[in-house]
Design a protein around this ligand. Sequence first.
Ligand code: ATP
Length: 273
Amino acid sequence: MTTILKTEGLRKVYHLGNFPRNIPVHALNDVNLNIESDEPVIISVVGESGSGKTTLAKVILRLVEPTSGKVTVQDRVVVGERGKGKPEKTEFLSTVQPIFQNPFEAFSRYRTVDSYLYETATRVKKLNKLGAIDAVEEALASVGLEYKDVRGKYPNQFSGGELQRVSIARALIPRPGIIVADEPVSMIDASRRMIIINLFLSLKQEYRTSILYITHDLATAYYISDYIAVMNHGSIVEFGKARQVLSDPQHAYTRLLLDSIPTTKKKWEREKE
Ligand SMILES: Nc1ncnc2c1ncn2[C@@H]1O[C@H](COP(=O)(O)OP(=O)(O)OP(=O)(O)O)[C@@H](O)[C@H]1O
């Protein structure tokens, strides 16, 4: 069995204000997760605003240094190991790729978006010029876009949904073990959200990539996940197979979250139409 994602004793304490009056904020409180599988999986992390979901994503993506603890992806420690053991940046990015909430912040408005894809193919995947163009074309096709329609265009020439699909294509190019997607549809036009959600399901198989889907939307989490982790106050209070967690919640906080599902689900079903 492959360790798809494992976090051990992950803590993150932010400090608000200045010494000596700073206030510690315990964003992650001993987060322990272990997902082992030989098949790619989608793991949703759900919880209210402020529960620590984004901090968890940032620590896994090495954008924030944890106070303590470590992260293993595909049997390799990627966070929390000092010195030689830790993969360098390019190697790390070929294993773990990000998708952010706002695709317009992921690309500079002064650069064509295809240049980002090309750079990922040459620098991270280490392909030559022709190989890179093939990989870019293939990744764009996988998200329903054509290279000729993307080439030479700047971010503001795309809708939010299209640009998010471009960032998904970029994340796929290195064929990473896991994609960490932090609220990837919350800023997308409601009518386009299900296109992205369904893409995740098909790409999991096509690219054999696992996805860590960070969301506050239980309905989409239920729809795409193999596993669900419920976060509250910086801790994982419940974790398990998606159906099991949502049909037979063991923790009072999960039950509380589920109480919001009837309205969320109705909203979600309207979006699907
Ligand atoms: N850079 C920071 N400095 C200080 N405190 C922070 C920082 N980033 C996050 N926090 C705090 O850490 C806690 C967890 O925040 P985090 O953004 O990880 O939660 P979240 O579940 O992703 O919330 P949301 O859904 O609103 O993004 C919150 O109390 C937040 O205010």
